[in-house]
Every structure is written in C-alpha cells, then in structure tokens.
Design a protein around this ligand. Structure first.
Ligand code: FES
Length: 157
C-alpha cells in the first residue's frame, strides 16, 4: 500500500534533484511520516545517494522519520495556557502515559507534543487530541482522557 501510494506520488514528478523536498512533504502528508523504504525509493527516483535523502529529511524539523501514534496529543505552550497551568498538565500527561514530549509509544497508541497557541486561549489550559481541542484542562480530565499505563500514577498528585 505504501509502495503504491509512493508510485502515485512520484508519477507527478520529473525525477529532478530539486524536487526532493516537495516529494518528501507529499509523502509525509499522505503517510504521516517518511518510511525508510520510501526514502530509498525516492533516492533512486531523483538519482541521489540514499544518504542525501536521509540527511535532508533529518535536517528539517518538519519531517518525521518515525510514525505517529493513533492518538496525537498536543499540549498548548502559549502564554495563556502556560499561566493557567499547562506545564502541570503536560507533566501529568507525561506521567500518565509514560512518555516525554516528542515521544511516541512503542505500541503507536500515543504521540505527545507541545505546540504554540491553538487560538482557544479563553479555554486555557488547552490540549488537542488529534483534531479535537479540550479546554479548561485539569488533572482529573487527564485521568479521564488517558487511562494510566503505570500503576499508581492516578493518585500521584
Ligand atoms: S495560549 Fe493556549 S490556546 Fe492560546
């Protein structure tokens, strides 16, 4: 399936070196990340060493080399959310799901990120789970949304 999709994407390019970044962007937009096999195929398609594709993909922060979790949690680190307790919410989520910011769980259930303001400051502190914004976050809401994976964490205030 990934290979078919890559073929479809590459069919709309000529195979020039200069197309590397747009190709990587399109692959990531469709797959959510850049699989190693896709980078090898892209290198062949544009006629550059695999190491070149890898170095470009790892240079730009926009590219992900690993898949995202099914639940992508983004904690707002904007000023309004920060003042109203976002650091504590982030800490609580980290403890509850056993991940640090920027990490994805081995079972691909969760990815935890922080982002700048979502534009929902009146509801601060906010998080987003996939496309859904959850405002006025509290520790209790964290526990409701994310069943803890570590015994005893729920009562560890
Ligand atoms: S500061 Fe968090 S939504 Fe604006």
């Amino acid at each position: 399936m990934e290979e078919e999709l890559l073929e479809e994407i590459l069919a709309s390019y000529r195979g020039d070196r200069g197309e590397l970044v747009p190709i990587l962007q399109e692959v990531q937009d469709n797959l959510g990340y850049l699989p190693e096999k896709s980078m090898v195929d892209i290198a062949k398609f544009i006629g550059v060493p695999e190491s070149h594709v890898y170095s470009v993909a790892s240079f730009y922060a926009q590219f992900r080399l690993l898949p995202l979790g099914r639940k992508r949690i983004a904690v707002c680190r904007g000023t309004a959310c920060h003042i109203r307790g976002a650091p504590q919410i982030l800490n609580r989520i980290e403890k509850t799901i056993g991940l640090k910011e920027g990490e994805t769980s081995d079972d691909l259930e969760y990815t935890l990120e922080t982002v700048a303001c979502f534009g929902c400051c009146a509801l601060a502190p906010c998080i987003r789970v996939n496309m859904d914004v959850v405002g006025e976050m509290t520790s209790e809401k964290v526990d409701e949304l994310f069943p803890p994976v570590i015994e005893g964490v729920k009562n560890d205030q």
